[in-house]
Design a protein around this ligand. Structure first.
Ligand code: ZN
Length: 497
């Protein structure tokens, strides 16, 4: 019985894999090279394939088999796999199919309205759709588990084991420790030189710098590829075919550099997850851990002095006239500069978590009723003023800047800040085993990547993320590492006593 059932599950997983690969390939293609006018035809076919995939994923016979398997003797990985599959079934089956389909359609319209509103800088175009998306999500949460607080259900969807209580404690630290520091730094803006980063930076030369960094980071063309898209992202086709993208801006040298380093952090993770988990739920790693790997590359490694020991010479050789009089230390200090700004995706390492704090407080208020959903734009603007001292000049640079809420992805944002906090704890543990500065200075990413593989990547999703942190660092998640890291780094950098 057990062997027979496992075989059925395997065949079902293989079918899912094939559809997923097709959809991943199509989506990457659309976001990188597809001409604009092909979108409607593409969308129809992609929707059709998604519908077929949905039917496969919710096959009631498979759910029955999975439930029967629970009483069989299984190893830990098999148990976990079945647990994750049943969780997915649970998520989908409590929502009536008609409601689910109607919601998918609503999200498509809502996303289009969001785009239109953003271009026209008019929140009122998007607001009625956002309110419908919120109402649908509230309804779904009640259907899924009426005994739980709705926002807790959503937070757990994006990061297993996290809830409002844990996030409240985390964001309270950010408010208490980082907000005063940000205010002090705002007053000391002339402590660091950043003027030399202004002006235009030839895009062909930026691309040459990408080659240097890809080699340095072991992003190897035998398994990795980089395309171009409006916003950088990583897409995993299989562990030996991981695609990232980058975006080039002539007036921003650092944007493509740190996007590449960030996405490579995601890519190395996907590449190093055990081959045995390929295409199964055991590859669906947590958002928080994923973001910890990319942020660790971008911030904890990429903004270190030792990272630039070799790479800075290469950068100077591309722009000798611009950079020959700027020494490495001045450059590295500049890439670490902090200043309150409007846009989350362009925010520096210190103010970034405050952008997430604002989104977290609003989302929490939406679901517990403490924020008036008809005053979301005002609430947003008030919080930007209160926490970052910034007046939002127009709504496209305010509440309309991110796509996430248009398709109901509530509970997603907090994982971005969580990832940075995980990264600080990982780096602290890594430092005990490896001399990170020596590794970076001698272009030895291999020893860092070996540590990541053995401590983090080897698990895939076979254990929950909070357990991965405990196994890798020897203690449970402790946001204090993150707060201390930022606090010490920025007090030092801006000479604040
Ligand atoms: Zn990322």
């Amino acid at each position: 019985m057990k062997e027979e059932a496992m075989k059925r599950i395997k065949a079902w997983q293989d079918e899912i894999k094939a559809y997923q690969l097709a959809l991943t390939t199509m989506s990457y293609d659309r976001l990188t090279v597809a001409p604009e006018n092909g979108i409607d035809y593409y969308s129809e076919q992609a929707a059709y394939l998604s519908g077929v995939l949905y039917s496969i994923q919710t096959d009631p016979d498979i759910e029955k088999t999975l439930n029967e398997l629970k009483s069989e003797e299984l190893n830990a990985e098999q148990k976990r796999m079945i647990e994750l599959h049943l969780k997915d079934f649970d998520r989908l089956k409590r929502i009536p199919k008609d409601d689910y389909v109607a919601y998918q359609k609503l999200c498509q319209v809502s996303e289009k309205k969001w785009e239109e509103a953003k271009i026209k800088k008019d929140y009122s175009i998007f607001e009625p759709y956002l309110l419908q998306v919120i109402a649908a999500q509230k309804k779904f949460c009640a259907l899924r588990d009426a005994t739980k607080e709705p926002y807790d259900i959503l937070l757990d969807d994006y990061e297993e084991g996290m809830d409002q209580k844990k996030y409240d404690a985390f964001f309270a630290l950010i408010k208490e420790k980082l907000l005063p520091l940000i205010h002090e730094i705002t007053l000391k803006q002339d402590a660091l030189r950043t003027d030399f980063l202004e002006g235009s930076w030839d895009i062909e030369k930026q691309k040459q710098m990408m080659k240097v960094l890809q080699k340095y980071l072991n992003f190897d063309p035998s398994w990795g590829y980089m395309g171009i898209s409006a916003h950088p992202f990583t897409s995993c086709f299989s562990h030996n075919d991981v695609r990232i993208t980058n975006a080039y801006h002539e007036n921003m040298l650092l944007s493509s550099i740190f996007s590449l380093i960030h996405e490579t952090g995601h890519a190395i993770y996907e590449h190093q997850i055990p081959e045995a988990y390929e295409g199964t739920v055991l590859c669906n790693v947590s958002m928080g851990i994923h973001e910890s790997q990319s942020r660790m590359y971008e911030n904890n490694l990429g903004r270190r002095m030792s990272f630039w020991n070799r790479n800075y010479d290469e950068l100077v050789s591309l722009w000798p006239d611009r950079l020959k009089d700027i020494d490495q230390e001045t450059f590295v200090r500049a890439v670490n500069s902090a200043k309150p700004s409007l846009i989350r995706t362009e925010a520096d390492e210190l103010t970034y978590p405050v952008h997430i704090l604002i989104r977290y407080e609003i989302e929490k208020g939406i679901f517990d009723g403490s924020v008036d959903c008809r005053r979301l734009e005002e609430t947003w603007n008030q919080k930007m003023k209160e926490y970052l001292g910034i007046t939002v000049p127009d709504t496209s640079q305010g509440i309309l800047q991110d796509v996430h809420w248009s398709d109901g992805s509530f509970g997603y944002f907090p994982t971005y800040a969580l990832g940075s906090a995980y990264a600080a704890q990982f780096i602290n543990a890594m430092q005990k085993d490896i001399d990170i500065d020596t590794a970076l200075a001698y272009q030895d990413m291999a020893s860092i990547q070996k540590w990541q593989k053995e401590r983090i990547h080897c698990y895939g999703a076979s254990i929950p993320s909070l357990q991965i942190i405990e196994n890798a660092t020897g203690e449970s998640f402790n946001p204090q590492y993150y707060i201390e890291y930022l606090y010490n780094k920025y007090r030092d950098l801006y000479q604040i006593k």
